[in-house]
Design a protein around this ligand. Structure first.
Ligand code: PMV
Length: 330
């Protein structure tokens, strides 16, 4: 059998992070930086991974042991997905998978979900299993829960369906927003966020009293307005709503000094609005701008100096939004 290469995009959360974990709607866009997984059926009964960009570049084990024993973190999504795939679609042969990425796993673009989606897409094609996108999502989402226990699956939805999605977990609602590209500027703080620990802290606070629920109700209402504003390409309003969403995220105490500095820099340079994207604590911020202000906003972010000394300057990451979902390459 000839090898099959598939790819899936990274993502940026536009509105509704954290609340989405509790069933509120969110809006996510796929970005045009992708992860690739090439799958090849092999006669040996082994599961092998070649991933030059991670700390365990080569890994192999018997297919009988897939999903069992100690699994290195860098291959865990691939191995657990393959374990679930084999359980559903038994295979006589083994498999070799080679991955490569167009973006650093540090950015918070959802590299784990993208690599999982790309591998699922490649397996589906290789073995003609005819999974629908929904079935692929279900398999990948179970895999993500196997590995990290928490997550709304918004990043998987972006990786599988692509475009810009109005999303309610777990893919209960996946509505494609029919727009062109969003006028976004993306700034990276240089700090890797620990999503699971931030999500768990919010969970503990939510269980402690009504404050978090009150914030989430406001986020949920804001997402509905944002959906209409995005569909109308009213970027000024989209920016204002981002600023409001950011204020609610600050109330949740998930922002960070570095994110705040980059967001302030974007605002000072004339952006319509800005917010963190994802769990918070680091990773990236996003700003919506008029096309004529884009360069000013990029310069503002790139020259923002941290008073904390933890960040020299924001790194502008050039991406196109509304990218295509998981696809077969070649
Ligand atoms: O940090 P990221 O990019 O994985 O985003 C996390 C977003 C949360 O809403 C906080 C968690 C989730 O799974 O939706």
């Amino acid at each position: 059998m000839t090898p099959i290469e598939a790819s899936a995009p990274g993502k940026l959360m536009l509105f509704g992070e954290h609340a989405v974990v509790y069933g509120y709607p969110s809006i996510v866009t796929a970005v045009d930086q992708r992860i690739y997984a090439k799958a090849e059926s092999v006669a040996a009964k082994t599961f092998s991974v070649i991933a030059p960009e991670v700390e365990m570049p080569e890994y192999s084990k018997s297919v009988e042991d897939v999903g069992n024993g100690q699994i290195p973190r860098s291959v865990e999504f691939l191995e657990r997905l393959y374990a679930r795939f084999r359980a559903k679609y038994p295979q006589a042969q083994g498999i070799s998978v080679t991955t490569r990425s167009e973006f650093s796993s540090k950015f918070g673009f959802g590299s784990s979900s993208a690599v999982t989606a790309a591998f699922a897409k490649a397996l589906n094609e290789l073995y003609s299993t005819n999974m629908t996108e929904q079935e692929m999502f279900d398999l990948c989402y179970k895999t993500v829960l196997d590995v990290q226990g928490v997550g709304s699956g918004f990043d998987l939805a972006a990786a599988i369906w692509g475009g810009t999605l109005y999303y309610v977990k777990p893919a209960k609602v996946v509505e494609q927003l029919r727009i062109d590209e969003l006028p976004l500027v993306v700034g990276y703080t240089g700090i890797k966020a620990d999503t699971a620990s931030i999500v768990n802290r919010v969970k503990a606070e939510k269980e402690h009293g009504p404050v978090v629920d009150g914030i989430f109700d406001q986020v949920g209402a804001l997402v509905e307005i944002a959906k209409t504003a995005i569909l109308a390409a009213d970027w000024r309003l989209v920016g204002e709503l981002m600023t409001q969403n950011q204020a609610l995220l600050e109330e949740l105490r998930v922002s960070s000094p570095e994110l705040d500095i980059l967001i302030d820099a974007a605002d000072a340079a004339g952006a319509y609005g800005a917010k963190l994207s994802g769990a918070g604590g680091g990773d990236c911020m996003i700003a919506v701008t008029d096309v004529h202000k884009k360069e000013d906003v990029e310069r503002g972010i790139a020259s923002a100096i941290s008073i904390q000394g933890t960040m020299k300057a924001g790194q502008v990451i050039h991406v196109h939004t509304h990218a295509q979902g998981a696809r077969i390459e070649g």
